[in-house]
Write a protein that binds this ligand. Structure first.
Ligand SMILES: *Cc1c(COP(=O)(O)O)cnc(C)c1O
Length: 477
């Protein structure tokens, strides 16, 4: 593809994306394809002869777009809504153009140094102290894996001898709440601690880890000859966005000499907003903390930031330099390959730097505050309507609720599951669900940069209309 062809295709593509974003509401949020439909539309083998760009582009519209669930739709309220902001898309485009690979400082000094600088900006915006150094990974799951790998360095000679076949080692344990993300399970399994190496701690009536239960579990495990290693506290749990009491958990960790990792993947961003600084209270005492700018900071997927006060531990766990990668850099420059499993890494910092500059801290704060206002508004509607009830506090931009009409026709879980399907089938909005205290809960998460009050209002109208319809309809067979 020569420069002229690239220029033409590129301009066209930018126009296409601009129109797609502008008209995202034209598409059904949730893809309507059946399993296998996209696969069957693609020939089983790659073409022998190259094809014209125009044919490829047309197939994007014909094959790919119908198979997309539109995360760019302002009616996307499922999971955690994420945003491909304009400056973020352009930054990723540019990053692909550079194709810079930041394994070593010298393989692109800008990748390493802009990462440090942009993570420093974000750290200050979140109110975390200088002692935290940052590193960018793809996802929170990988950030947490690395944090727990650093914590695992407390096991004697673990780097050299591993964990298997060592009768000298008492079983290591990691603790998190019942509501912690499954990425903690995957991390302990990957790190060779086994799933039994994770102990889940009971939560209180507001879904927060109980520090007394944590202390009790640690004491019991020590009595039984196990070795407590680390605690993962969550600020903004995935299902209900509850916040574990980090200050009290930090006390336990200090007393017991355990690594404290904070998973603030979604809610960490809220600490930027005036009036919400307390979101990360106590996190200055954590050993590591993960926040996902790709979740609620308008950075296109993917970009996760791990902050660590013991970067030396992380490097102890992973630095390993074959001869061909040995490099002596002036001034002790850092090589990002030493901070994790992967060797090569993309230039993700570019989008963090560009997005923070484009919106400015105030622009981001204003948008986050607006999302929280919209969630409160929705929560108020739920609270004021006798046919619905809220199932958890809504401290950020997520509301958990369910329909609970006076005389439900049949099982409430079933009614709510059918209500969710009906509302999602409209294509106008997409909500997801969770289970709280054994009950099927609907979940509305505001977080897309183009979501306005009218979209939240529409979600509420659809819920009411479809509840009327289902509730009056025949009982399920
Ligand atoms: C979303 C989420 C994760 C996982 O995020 P990925 O970046 O997709 O790995 C982990 N923890 C919490 C609390 C989350 O909300």
């Amino acid at each position: 593809m020569d420069a002229a062809a690239f220029r033409q295709a590129g301009h066209e593509l930018v126009d296409w994306i601009a129109r797609y974003l502008e008209e995202a509401e034209r598409y059904p949020v949730l893809s309507r394809v059946k399993p296998g439909e996209v696969r069957d539309a693609v020939p089983p083998a790659a073409p022998d002869a190259g094809e014209p760009w125009s044919a490829i582009r047309d197939d994007v519209e014909r094959i790919v777009v119908p198979g997309l669930t539109h995360w760019n739709h302002p009616g996307f309220f499922a999971y955690f809504a994420i945003s491909a902001s304009g400056p973020g898309i352009l930054a990723d485009f540019l990053s692909a153009g550079f194709n810079a690979q930041g394994m070593l400082w010298r393989t692109s000094p800008a990748v390493t140094e802009l990462e440090g600088a942009a993570l420093g900006w974000l750290r200050r915006l979140l109110g975390l102290p200088d002692g935290f150094e940052g590193v960018i990974y793809d996802t929170a799951s990988i950030s947490t894996l690395h944090a727990l790998a650093a914590a695992r360095q407390a096991v004697p000679e673990v780097r050299e001898r591993g964990l298997a076949g060592r009768p000298d080692l008492p079983a290591p344990r990691v603790y998190c709440s019942e509501h912690a993300h499954s990425s903690v399970d995957k991390a302990v399994m990957t790190l060779g601690l086994g799933h039994h190496g994770l102990r889940r701690i009971a939560t209180d009536e507001r879904f927060r880890m109980r520090p007394d239960a944590l202390a009790g579990a640690i004491e019991e495990d020590r009595r039984n000859g196990m070795t407590p290693l680390a605690v993962v506290a969550t600020v903004g749990t995935t299902a209900v966005t509850s916040v574990d009491p980090v200050p009290a958990i930090a006390d336990v960790c200090a007393r017991e000499r355990l690594w404290l990792h904070v998973d603030a993947a979604y809610a960490g961003a809220a600490a930027m907003v005036p009036g919400h600084e307390e979101t990360l209270a106590g996190c200055d005492r954590a050993d590591s903390l993960v926040v996902n700018p790709h979740k609620w900071l308008f950075i296109p997927f993917d970009l996760s930031a791990l902050y660590c006060r013991r970067m030396d531990r992380l490097e102890e766990a992973f630095s390993l330099t074959p001869d061909y990668l040995q490099s002596r850099e002036p001034g002790g420059a850092r090589n990002l390959m030493d901070t994790g499993v992967q060797l090569g890494r993309r230039f993700r910092a570019l989008k963090l730097w560009m997005v923070l500059r484009y919106f400015g801290a105030d622009g981001i704060r204003r948008r986050l505050a607006e999302h929280m206002r919209l969630a409160r508004l929705f929560a108020d509607w739920v609270d004021a309507d006798g046919r619905f009830e809220r199932l958890a506090p809504a401290p950020f931009s997520v509301v958990c609720f369910r329909a609970n009409p006076a005389e439900p026709a049949g099982d409430l879980d079933d009614l709510n599951a059918r209500l969710l399907d009906a509302v999602n089938a409209t294509g106008e909005v997409f909500l997801s669900h969770t289970r709280l205290d054994g009950r099927f809960a609907l979940r509305l998460a505001v977080g897309h940069i183009r979501t306005e009050e009218r979209h939240v209002r529409r979600a509420w109208e659809l819920l009411q209309e479809h509840l009327d319809r289902l509730h009056q309809g025949p009982r399920p067979a």
